[in-house]
Design a binder for this molecule. Structure first.
Ligand code: BV8
Length: 252
């Protein structure tokens, strides 16, 4: 158990816990983290360049195929013990889940997600006129390097994923809800994020600035570790079930 006594008490007494999750939250479900996602056909591409409006405008079929592959990966995996632990925590505490992840694993574990700050792979819209696209996403068994995106029935533009690309502003309400929860909770957990991407990486400071303790759960140090109240070194699926036991006041 790697939690100082003072923080164990704060955990047991906490009435509102905000949780910021990143790609490491889904790693034990078998979803490669954002920086490790490149293998196979897309190994030669940098995700940082693919996840941009410019890349989609230039090569819609390449970018669309990449997101189809990621959507396919997510459909093939299950929530892990970490996702399930957060859903369990919310049965006896107020928990605000703020995720950078574009998967739906928190929802499939039973969590109500307050905020997907980087959007998600479960809604789509027209790249040109932004009309929502409701059709069923067709994912071929074997996804080639390029797949032409569907076309918007309203204007004929390409359909894009409801993802926040680099250089795009975050959904205003989603981010504001995330800031409000981080600033008003009485304990914050930061799970599986390198803290590299902004402005999501700034959310823990909305808690720290108010003297709210922030516990980082990560097997490795991140850009945030030096600023955290406590670094609980370990993985999401190992640590979060233990954290829930401690939150119930079950020691050991
Ligand atoms: C914005 C969707 C402003 C895409 C993502 C130039 C122009 C504009 C902006 C910028 C710019 N230069 C820099 C910026 C800011 C930029 C940014 O932050 N860049 C970084 C790279 C420096 N941010 C933006 O562009 C944002 N928009 O700033 O707009 C603006 C204002 C006005 C007008 C115009 C613009 C938009 C950022 C959103 C990008 N979209 N996702 C997609 O997924 O395809 S972000 C992407 O990275 C994923 O969502 C991912 O969640 C996110 C963050 O990464 P992490 O989650 O931290 O994942 P990572 O792999 O890095 O780390 C994994 C961690 O898990 C590690 O620490 C590891 O140790 C740990 N781990 C591993 N296994 C486990 C584990 N932990 C626990 N358990 C385990 N088992």
């Amino acid at each position: 158990m790697s939690l100082p006594v003072e923080l164990r008490h704060r955990l047991v007494e906490a009435r509102h816990i905000a949780v910021l999750t990143g790609a490491g939250m889904s790693a034990e479900s078998g979803v490669p983290t954002f920086r490790d996602v490149q293998d196979g056909l897309w190994a030669k591409y940098d995700p940082m360049t693919l996840a941009t409006e410019e890349a989609f405008a230039e090569e819609p079929s390449l970018v669309w195929a990449w997101y189809l592959r990621r959507a396919q990966m997510i459909r093939l995996v299950e929530p892990n013990a970490g996702h399930l632990a957060l859903a369990e925590l919310a049965t006896f505490k107020k928990v605000s889940v703020i995720t950078q992840n574009v998967d739906d694993l928190h929802e499939r574990a039973g969590s109500d997600v307050l905020s997907h700050v980087h959007g998600g792979l479960f809604d789509y819209r027209c790249f040109d006129c932004a009309a929502p696209w409701q059709a069923e996403l067709e994912i071929p068994g074997d996804i080639p390097e390029r797949v032409e995106p569907p076309k918007c029935t309203a204007c004929g533009g390409w359909i894009r994923p409801g993802i926040v690309w680099f250089g795009e502003v975050l959904p205003q309400k989603a981010f504001q809800d995330a800031v409000d929860a981080s600033a008003s909770c009485d304990l914050m957990l930061v799970v599986g994020t390198s803290g590299i991407v902004q402005p999501a990486g700034s959310l823990p400071f909305a808690a720290l600035e108010r003297g709210t303790p922030v516990i980082e759960i990560n097997p490795e140090e991140s850009r945030l570790t030096d600023y955290m109240t406590h670094w609980w070194q370990g993985t999401a699926a190992e640590v979060l079930p233990e954290l829930v036991r401690l939150a119930r006041g079950q020691v050991g």
